[in-house]
Design a protein around this ligand. Structure first.
Ligand SMILES: [Zn+2]
Length: 224
C-alpha cells in the first residue's frame, strides 16, 4: 500500500542556531521543503544569508508576515495587513517563489476565520499571492520531545499531509532526522508542492472555501 505523500514546511525562521542544521538534515536526505520566513528576520544580514542558502539548495521561500504579530483576522487597524505582507514581499525580493507563497499566522496552529482580515484577503488578491495553510501541526514549538509521535500519526492518517514544523531554537529539531527516517520506513514519500486542499488563494485568485478563513469586517477585533 502506498504511504502518504508528505509536504514539509518550516515556519518562523530563519535562525542561525538551528536553520543550518535543518538544511543539513534535508540535504543529507535529498528532501526539498518550503521555509515560511518572518520578514523582519531577513533584515539581519546573517539571517538573510540563511534564507539565501535555503533558496540556493532548492527550497522554496515564502512570506510569513513581517513581525508575526498574531493572526491578521484579529486586527482592526487599517493598513496592518498590507504592511505585514507587503514589507515582507519587498524584503524577500528575488528569494520569493514564483507563486508568491504566503502562509498566514495561525496563533497556535489553529485554522479558521481569524487567519485573514478582509484587508489581508484584498492585499493577497492585488499582490497575486498564493495563500498556503496546513493539515498537520504537531506542536514542536511547545513540546520539543513529544512532537515526533504526533507528527507521525498526523501524517500517516492523511494521503497528502502538509506538515508545519519550526526552524526555531528549543531542541525540537534534534529529532528531525530520526522522524523523517521513521516516515520513510513506514512507506511515506515526500514532495515539495502543495495540494489544493491547503490553498486559500492561488496567485491572487480565490480557491473554494476562502470565505471561511476571512473574518467579516463587522466581527474584526471582537474575537478573543
Ligand atoms: Zn508562525
Amino acid at each position: 500500500m502506498a504511504g502518504p505523500e508528505v509536504t514539509l514546511s518550516f515556519d518562523n525562521g530563519p535562525e542561525p542556531e538551528i536553520t543550518p542544521f535543518v538544511l543539513d538534515v534535508l540535504r543529507q536526505r535529498g528532501l526539498k521543503a518550503t521555509f515560511f520566513v518572518i520578514g523582519r528576520k531577513l533584515a539581519d544580514a546573517a539571517q538573510r544569508r540563511l534564507a539565501e542558502r535555503a533558496h540556493a539548495e532548492g527550497h522554496w521561500i515564502g512570506n510569513h508576515s513581517w513581525s508575526h504579530a498574531g493572526p491578521l483576522g484579529e486586527r482592526r487597524d487599517a493598513g496592518h495587513a498590507a504592511a505585514e505582507l507587503g514589507r515582507t514581499q519587498a524584503e524577500l525580493g528575488t528569494l520569493t517563489h514564483s507563486d508568491r507563497l504566503f502562509r498566514p499566522v495561525g496563533g497556535g496552529g489553529r485554522l479558521g476565520p481569524h487567519l485573514l482580515s478582509a484587508e489581508a484577503r484584498d492585499f493577497c488578491a492585488a499582490a497575486g499571492l498564493t495563500v498556503v495553510t496546513w493539515s498537520a501541526v504537531p506542536g514542536d514549538w511547545h513540546d520539543a520531545d513529544g512532537w515526533p509521535d504526533r507528527a507521525f500519526a498526523q501524517c500517516m492518517a492523511q494521503m497528502r499531509p502538509v506538515l508545519v514544523l519550526h526552524d526555531l531554537p528549543g531542541g525540537a529539531m534534534r529529532h528531525l532526522d530520526r522522524f523523517l527516517g521513521a516516515l520513510a520506513d513506514a512507506g511515506a514519500s515526500f514532495r515539495q508542492d502543495f495540494p489544493d486542499e491547503v490553498l486559500l488563494m492561488r496567485r491572487g485568485l480565490p480557491c473554494a472555501g476562502l470565505d471561511s478563513f476571512v473574518t467579516p469586517p463587522e466581527m474584526q477585533g471582537e474575537a478573543a
